[in-house]
Write a protein that binds this ligand. Structure first.
Ligand SMILES: Cc1cc2nc3c(=O)[nH]c(=O)nc-3n(C[C@H](O)[C@H](O)[C@H](O)COP(=O)(O)OP(=O)(O)OC[C@H]3O[C@@H](n4cnc5c(N)ncnc54)[C@H](O)[C@@H]3O)c2cc1C
Length: 392
């Protein structure tokens, strides 16, 4: 391929959509760069409940936070997907459109360039492509939760739609980066390059190319019109900092000279902490299993229904003025998939609008070194109070 019009860094949820639109709708020549990974067994991608097996696999960047003072100094696993599809490759597949207050916040933060209606239209056109599916099976625990919450006020319990197709995980790679039907390769104007992007190559103020580490060594790729960073909430600020965009104090520590002084890069990091409440079910209920009997396997293979079509987080909903989301799973949240004789139900209590702000910093100028992620969970008193109300 000749010099591309654009380089998209990161083939995750956002990067795949950008590359598809640029290549298909605008006819642009696009190079999309994605970190290499060793693919997990296909069965872990096909069976929705197996997403847990993808965590800490070679498809997960497998980051860890620094010690959290409000969590008794524990460090938490911070998964991020790697390979085409990015985090959508390893996520729990819930399709949950933004609430009215999310839309309002998004509009305000873009000075109304993205009005609520414009965002709704964009989501609608994505839904035409991704076709999120209604659940094809619901566990006993999910049904019980929905029944128990149906008469509560200030809550909106629901079964989640998922990015599944006939009970199997939908691959963003296939949907968003459609292959040429005849040659089974990528469309002729999209090229996928596997490598780790170190930094942006600048021409004055213009991001013209990138420096990549590939199996063959370090090389540079230049574009005609520019580089689009879509490497996610950890990858994008890390690449920016290695490229000299950030706070001079942070960059100096690693011998990186500042090209653009911007102290917001790596700041205001917010993550929605989840804590499970776990219940043991009545003895008469059968435990949910990864490896069920052959009839259940056949039901899923032939009809795409039954327990194997479950994504575990089957249902839930927003509570307490949309500040808390509960996710319900038919498993013991902390020990699944270890086999057990009992059936379990876990309710994940999730803060939807955390106020505590953490930060992300480089640990070195080497792109192979993971950055320092300080989530600072529950630093704000209000977050702790919300979490306790969620538990109650
Ligand atoms: C375990 C888990 C479960 C989740 N469950 C849900 C859910 O059920 N529903 C939901 O809506 N959301 C869920 N999410 C969140 C959702 O998946 C993400 O918000 C979304 O995928 C982020 O998209 P993105 O394009 O910003 O980043 P990503 O999809 O993470 O894409 C970034 C891409 O950039 C690549 N990259 C990063 N740095 C470099 C580099 N230096 N060089 C080359 N490539 C690089 C990465 O490998 C990755 O492919 C979940 C996330 C996780 C991790």
């Amino acid at each position: 391929m000749n010099q591309p019009d654009y380089i998209v860094v990161g083939a995750g949820s956002a990067g795949c959509i950008l590359a598809r639109r640029l290549a298909q709708e605008f006819g642009a020549v696009v190079i999309i760069v994605e970190a290499p990974c060793k693919a997990a067994p296909q069965i872990d991608h096909l069976r929705p409940a197996r997403w847990l097996r993808l965590l800490k696999s070679s498809e997960d960047w497998d980051f860890t936070t620094s010690a959290n003072p409000s969590l008794a100094n524990r460090s938490l696993h911070w998964p991020r997907g790697r390979g085409i599809g990015g985090s959508s490759r390893i996520n729990s597949m819930i399709w949950f459109p933004p609430t009215a207050s999310d839309l309002e916040q998004l509009s305000t933060s873009t000075q109304n360039r993205w009005s609520a209606q414009r965002i709704r239209n964009a989501i609608h056109s994505l839904e035409q492509i991704l076709q999120p599916e209604k659940p094809r099976w619901l566990s006993h625990t999910g049904k019980s939760f929905l029944k128990a919450t149906e008469t509560l006020s200030d809550c909106s319990p629901m079964t989640y739609r998922r990015l599944n197709h006939k009970g199997c995980r939908r691959s963003l790679e296939e949907v968003m980066l459609p292959r040429d039907e005849r040659s089974a390769t990528w469309r002729s104007n999209i090229q996928v390059v596997r490598g780790i992007v170190d930094q942006v190559c600048w021409n004055n103020q213009h991001a013209e190319g990138i420096q990549i580490l590939t199996a063959k060594g370090t090389n540079q790729v230049m574009s005609k019109y520019g580089v689009i960073l879509a490497a996610g909430s950890i990858g994008t600020p890390s690449i920016l900092m290695r490229s000299g965009v950030g706070s001079p104090d942070d960059l100096d520590q690693h011998g990186i000279s500042t090209r653009f002084n911007n102290s917001w890069v790596g700041r205001n990091l917010r993550d929605h902490l989840l804590m499970p409440v776990i219940y043991q079910c009545e003895k008469s209920l059968k435990p949910f299993s990864y490896d069920p009997d052959p009839r259940v396997v056949a039901q899923w293979q032939v009809m795409g229904t039954g327990p194997l079509s479950s994504n575990l987080a089957e249902c839930g909903g927003l509570f307490l003025n949309d500040t808390i989301q509960l996710h319900v799973t038919p498993t013991h949240y902390l020990t699944f998939p270890k086999s057990t004789n009992s059936a379990w139900m876990s309710i994940g209590v999730n803060l939807t609008q955390p106020r505590s702000q953490g930060s992300l910093q480089l640990s070195s100028a080497n792109p192979m070194d993971p950055p320092k992620i300080d989530a600072d969970y529950l630093h704000c008193e209000e977050d702790l109070e919300q979490m306790i109300r969620g538990f109650e």
